[in-house]
Design a protein around this ligand. Structure first.
Ligand code: HPA
Ligand code: ZN
Length: 337
């Protein structure tokens, strides 16, 4: 890839819309927090933990990801994790970020909801003040748990409603279709929360249909398997429903064998509003610009694709109209220069 295109892609203003904050926890920070909190880890050191990051599929990743999150106990831990991510995002020219967090991973261990959201939100406020990076929080329900559990989590979230822009659905996809969460998503819709869901990462196109029709989500996280269904592809394109695509994640979790096999270009050519994101950057080999560089190196993508991906990222964001327009104008000015 030529250096000019690389600089263009890395330097362009962008939004990140698919990042699990617990997936930004680097092994070094996991060990620091384990020491600080007296938590025993099943790995003797950073190097052996990193060696365990060889995943067969989504579930083999999730097992290690939940173990890593076990070191998070105090508000300051959630702050430190989020601050470290935001510093990296700022360095990658991210202007706006919508962060997923998994409260059930923590409340199940006895960590109060307020501790989790308090630390994450304080870091978002500080990063906005320091760098002008805007941020919003999307609370994810763990789909391997029951809908009743999700409802109880929503109840715990209500006192913090003002800090949450929307809800999502993550964790083990196969065998846990979106319609399992129809009632809790309907309740969230009544509350005015924005709706997204992971679908069509490992799961079939049918899960994307039910995320759209039963949950009524506005964006699909991953969604790369939509191309197996031409009616679905057309529906996503015509409705301009964004997909938050995570290329390095898809290779690490064996959705695609190699980055050169990734269907990002095919999605764009089908008229789908795809975006590029990091998913779990500490586990999958890189932050958002690493994802951009990987796909631009492996696929025949050029300057116009870069512009489209940057525009898509702000168009897909849950931003007020004025702020969105200002950021879109910033992209246009960047590419006009
Ligand atoms: N898929 C599902 N659940 C997740 C992921 C993912 O890629 N990352 C963190 N939780
Ligand atoms: Zn994800």
């Amino acid at each position: 890839m030529d250096q000019q295109l690389r600089d263009l892609v890395c330097g362009m203003p962008k939004a990140e819309l698919h990042i699990h904050i617990e997936g930004s926890l680097e092994p070094e920070l996991i060990f620091d927090l384990a020491r600080r909190n007296g938590v025993a880890l099943p790995y003797p050191d950073v190097a052996s933990l990193r060696r365990a990051y060889a995943f067969r599929d989504l579930q083999s990743f999730l097992d290690i990801y939940y173990a890593g999150a076990s070191v998070l106990l105090h508000e300051q831990d959630f702050y430190d994790m989020t601050w470290a991510y935001l510093a990296r995002a700022h360095a990658d020219q991210v202007r706006h970020v919508e962060i997923f967090f998994d409260p059930q991973t923590h409340t199940e261990r006895g960590v109060p909801f307020a501790t989790v959201i308090g630390g994450i939100h304080r870091a978002l406020r500080d990063a906005d003040a320091r760098w002008g990076i805007s941020g919003a929080l999307i609370m994810c329900f763990l789909r391997h748990l029951s809908q009743g559990d999700a409802m109880a989590t929503l109840e715990q979230a209500l006192p913090h409603r003002a800090m949450i822009i929307g809800v999502g659905l993550d964790s083990s996809e196969r065998g846990n279709p979106p319609e399992k969460f129809a009632d809790v998503f309907a309740r969230c819709r009544q509350l005015g929360l924005r709706l997204v869901a992971h679908a069509g990462e490992e799961g079939p196109p049918a899960y994307i249909w039910s995320a759209l029709d039963t949950l009524q989500v506005e964006r699909i996280d991953h969604g790369v398997r939509c191309l197996e269904d031409s009616a679905l592809t057309e529906r996503l394109a015509r409705s301009a429903t964004p997909l938050t695509v995570c290329p390095l994640s898809n290779v690490k979790l064996r959705v695609f064998d190699r980055i050169g096999d990734h269907n990002l270009l095919a999605l764009l050519e089908a008229g789908i509003a795809a975006t590029v994101n990091s998913d779990d950057p500490a586990y999958f080999g890189g932050y958002i610009n690493d994802n951009f560089v990987a796909v631009f190196e492996a696929l025949p993508l050029g300057r116009e694709h870069a512009r489209a991906l940057a525009m898509n990222s702000f168009n897909a964001a849950f931003l007020p109209a004025g702020k969105k327009q200002a950021l879109l104008s910033e992209v246009q000015a960047y590419f006009a220069a």
